[in-house]
Design a binder for this molecule. Structure first.
Ligand code: ATP
Ligand code: MG
Length: 603
């Protein structure tokens, strides 16, 4: 399974540098944060008054049967409660809206960074992992902001207030309350270690389940056709079972921990009643003080068990922050240079000069490739599967950088050009057409405002897409479903041609699809390609040799090197690889089908 999904879940619970960086995201909302902190401190302080008022009520008014005084005190108590309500409302609203805004900012930052990353990064990073960064990792940080960082101030005020009140009222009794503290700390520590281990396990299993589901749902057709459902079901069951077990284990810990803490606090309260009760009987302590004492003691244990929760939040958030920052700090291997050079004129001339390229280490996919395409020229590239044709295009559009040799567009090394400026010169029709969700029109225009609806229609009609669009119930407004699943392969091809044409590039690059279409569509596609190439420099990677017979020049690529160059006629006369390919396709054309799917390997 995809173990690389299981990047570490838990790291350090606290990392000062990371925390400072995280807090930096609060800076734009500094005033709101300050206000929230003031509110939290105020709320905690007000909450401490409650039990003390109870003490006064009992000792001063109930003991003296002073009803008027009791009424007055009741009103004060009520006023405090109302004030608390207002303050807590404000505080909750404020904190959560700050958290949401920070999440918004973070997501924008991550997405914007993701858009700049180079293709090689996406080659080695699973989609699921990128999605986790923008969704659940950001969520984890939100929890830190809303219930972690800022509320810690409240807890500190709260706890120190209670400790102070307890000691001031009766330091011996206070000592008794705190006597169970070491035990509570011990139990909490054990719990924390167990839960942490368990939490890590659960996260790992969820990640595994996600990647399994992602793959299974995408590949459902293959699973169903090959009848692999039982096998997949078993696989899923084993992951799901592990997930269940891990969660049951966690439930066990929680079911022990919270009642355990409750038991300990009950013991300490029992001690207070026993010892404090004795003191009251002896007259060393008032009844009111004892009641207030009990209330304080109860409130003392709550924040302590909350602290465990907060520790977990802190730890999760730190791990998430680390992963998010690692992504944000990943520089794009391919970027616009500091001082880009712009070619004097956008003509569309291309030159490869002794280019070598490997996706990994020294596994050369292209070796010493040199060729030039003049403005307006039509270059065709043929070669067996895996000979490096698509790679050539990936280099030209700078999806990868060449380690050796150079590529020039209009006389300038593409590494020195502005990336946007470079890519704007090209329209690339890829081997696999990618359609976005949206309408047919938005898929042609890609929401570019410079392209009018008229241009969209014109492009569609030039590549013969219009006859197909006319058949759609909503025409250009027809919805494109997930990955364009409602379109046939041929239709998608034509749509991508219309897209390429609408962008009216200087240079057209066409990586012909290897899949087969019917004869009629084939003719439409061939004509569309002719339309596309008109008046611009073009590089066509062809699988059907019929596409390229009138190309100005044909390059035959073989295992990453250029083996033959020339026009159709010249290459035929050479009686080399091209000649053999042509014969094979020719035979096949008259044998079974009117086209050939791929160029066979030639030794
Ligand atoms: N992203 C990648 N990472 C590593 N290796 C790759 C990558 N893309 C392609 N390759 C390898 O590079 C070689 C050339 O691939 P390329 O896609 O350029 O072939 P192609 O000539 O376009 O083949 P086809 O006719 O099947 O489209 C192949 O051996 C392929 O396995
Ligand atoms: Mg290819």
């Amino acid at each position: 399974m995809t173990e690389h999904y299981d990047d570490h879940i838990m790291g350090k619970a606290y990392d000062g540098q990371m925390m400072r960086r995280l807090l930096g995201y609060l800076r734009p909302y500094g005033r709101h944060v300050a206000l929230a902190i003031v509110l939290i401190i105020l709320i905690s302080a007000l909450k401490i008054i409650g039990p003390y008022l109870t003490k006064i009520a009992i000792d001063r008014y109930i003991a003296a049967a002073d009803l008027a005084g009791l009424g007055k005190l009741g009103l004060i108590y009520l006023a405090i409660l109302v004030a608390l309500f207002g303050l807590e409302y404000l505080q909750t609203f404020l904190l959560n809206s700050i958290g949401q805004r920070v999440m918004y900012d973070l997501r924008m930052q991550i997405f914007s960074h993701t858009q700049k990353l180079d293709v090689a990064y996406f080659d080695r990073t699973p989609v699921g992992r990128m999605m986790t960064r923008i969704t659940s990792d950001v969520d984890a940080l939100n929890e830190l902001f809303t219930s972690g960082v800022v509320t810690i101030f409240g807890d500190i005020v709260n706890l120190s207030g209670i400790i102070l009140a307890l000691f001031l009222m009766n330091y011996r009794l206070a000592g008794l309350v705190f006597s169970v503290l070491p035990l509570i700390i011990l139990v909490t520590l054990i719990f924390k270690i167990k839960v942490r281990e368990n939490y890590r396990q659960v996260r790992k299993l969820i990640a595994r389940m996600n990647s399994f589901l992602q793959e299974s749902i995408t590949g459902m057709m293959v699973i169903q056709i090959f009848g692999r459902e039982p096998r997949k079901f078993q696989h899923f069951e084993s992951i799901n079972k592990d997930h269940l077990d891990a969660n049951l284990q966690a439930i066990l810990y929680y079911a022990l921990f919270y009642p355990g803490i409750e038991l300990l606090s009950a013991v300490s309260i029992g001690l207070v009643i026993w010892y404090g009760g004795g003191q009251v009987v002896l007259g060393a302590m008032t009844l009111g003080a004892l009641v207030a004492f009990l209330q304080y003691s109860e409130r003392f244990f709550q924040p302590i068990s909350d602290l465990t929760e907060k520790y977990n939040i802190l730890q999760t958030a730190m791990a998430s922050a680390e992963r998010i920052f690692t992504l944000l700090d990943t520089p794009s291997a391919i970027a616009t240079p500091a001082e880009p050079i712009s070619p004097a004129q956008a003509k569309g001339a291309i030159e490869f000069h002794r280019v070598w390229f490997a996706y990994k280490d020294e596994n050369w996919v292209l070796r010493d490739i040199s060729f030039a395409v003049k403005e307006g020229e039509r270059l065709a590239i043929v070669g067996a599967t895996g000979s490096g044709k698509t790679t050539l295009i990936n280099l030209l559009t700078r999806f990868y950088d060449v380690p050796r040799g150079e590529i020039l567009v209009d006389g300038i090394n593409i590494k020195q050009m502005d990336l946007y400026d470079l890519r704007r010169r090209f329209s690339v029709v890829l081997q696999d057409v990618f359609l976005f969700s949206g309408t047919v029109e938005s898929n042609i225009r890609l929401y570019d405002e410079n392209i009018t609806l008229e241009q969209v229609r014109e492009a569609a009609s030039l590549v013969h897409l219009d006859r197909f669009i006319d058949r759609l119930p909503k025409g250009y407004e027809e919805e494109v479903r997930e990955r364009g699943s409602s379109f046939s392969v041929g239709e998608k091809q034509l749509l991508s041609f219309a897209r390429a044409l609408a962008f009216d590039p200087r240079i057209l690059i066409l990586d012909e699809a290897t899949s087969s279409v019917d004869t009629e569509t084939e003719i439409l596609i061939q004509d569309a390609i002719q339309q596309l190439m008109k008046g611009r420099t073009s590089i066509v990677i062809a699988h059907r040799l019929s596409t390229i017979q009138d190309a100005d020049r044909i390059i035959v690529l073989h295992k990453g090197t250029i083996r033959e160059t020339g026009t159709h006629q010249e290459l035929l006369a050479q009686r080399g690889i091209y000649h053999r390919l042509y014969q094979l396709q020719y035979k096949e054309q008259y044998g079974r089908r009117p086209h050939v799917t791929n160029v066979p390997s030639v030794e």
